[in-house]
Design a binder for this molecule. Structure first.
Ligand code: BJW
Ligand code: ZN
Length: 249
């Protein structure tokens, strides 16, 4: 893999690196992205499913959609892209800031993760806010009821118009701002406030490297864009980094 000289120099000096990831990193695990040719939102309108009003209007429909996606996630495995990010912890202080709800970074072995849009394995009661992990709930295709108060239980994911979890956002934002290199992998970078994070990293002097199959909203401001599948690019990058680190010994 031929890397830009400036990027190699950054890799030699870097200590803290951040991976800001989106749906594209899980595409090669078999999980559909949201936008683009094969995106799920070509078939479904986000405003009909991914917002609180839609859930309150038709909780069973929205719950069934998430149950279906939970099953897909359970049958998927982390791909070489997730695994390469986890392996990079041998060489750098690595933090993952992900918009994904699919848990695949954790399953791949990454240890420092900020989840900006929640996690499909967690749920909570809209009434009394009791949390329920998915394995503790009976598998149902209708929205479950809270065992404490009978309220509706919803997935702990961030829908349009909802605030992001404050600790996850501010943790992700700070880590990216202090990073030496910020990789932006498999995201269209159109959903805010998440998409501010790589912009802030750049503003604070981090070197922004985009990995995507096609140009995105961020390409103009990225320091370096590598176009290709993240499940192929990231393992190659890991090999290049191993060589760089061996030379530094
Ligand atoms: C590959 C690949 C391969 C494929 N290898 N690459 C400022 C401006 C405009 C609007 C707003 C703004 N600030 C806020 C808004 C409103 C809104 C928003 O951003 N709207 C825009 C879409 C227009 N934001 C919100 O509502 C947020 N909340 C908020 O702002 O609260 C404050 C507030 C509260 C109350 C009142 C007012 C304000 C919340 C956003 C929540 C987003 N939630 C979702 C759903 C999560 C649950 C679920 O999964 O069901 O999160 S939406 C969806 O998009 C999901 C994703 O995390 C997110 C980002 O998508 P992502 O990951 O980038 O995926 P794709 O599909 O878009 O892109 C995939 C990429 O991969 C592509 O580029 C491919 O090329 C690439 N690719 N294969 C490498 N193999
Ligand atoms: Zn309750």
């Amino acid at each position: 893999m031929q890397l830009k000289k400036e990027f190699i120099e950054r890799l030699q000096k870097a200590k803290k690196i951040v991976f800001f990831t989106g749906a594209g990193i899980s595409a090669e695990s078999g999980i559909s992205t949201f936008r683009g040719v094969d995106g799920i939102w070509n078939k479904m309108k986000p405003e009909e499913l991914a917002n609180f009003d839609a859930f309150m209007r038709n909780p069973d429909l929205v719950w069934e959609w998430y149950q279906h996606r939970r099953e897909i996630v359970h049958n998927c495995q982390p791909n070489p892209g997730h695994n390469a990010i986890a392996a990079l912890e041998q060489y750098y202080d690595v933090t993952v800031v992900t918009q994904n709800i699919d848990n695949l970074h954790r399953r791949a072995g990454s240890t420092k993760i900020f989840e900006l849009h929640g996690n499909i394995e967690r749920n909570f009661c809209v009434n009394c806010h009791t949390f329920y992990n998915s394995p503790d709930l009976e598998i149902t295709y209708t929205a479950p009821k809270c065992k404490k108060c009978g309220g509706l239980v919803r997935p702990d994911v961030v829908w349009f118009g909802e605030m992001l979890p404050q600790d996850q956002y501010s943790g992700g934002e700070k880590t990216a701002a202090w990073s030496d290199i910020c990789f932006v992998v498999g995201t269209s970078a159109v959903v805010f406030p998440a998409a501010y994070i790589p912009m802030q990293a750049k503003h604070n002097g981090s070197y922004v490297v985009e990995i995507n199959i096609e140009p995105t909203e961020l390409s103009r401001s990225a320091d370096y864009s590598i176009f290709g599948k993240s499940g192929e690019i990231l393992p190659q990058l890991l090999e290049e980094i191993k060589k760089i680190k061996e030379q530094q010994l």
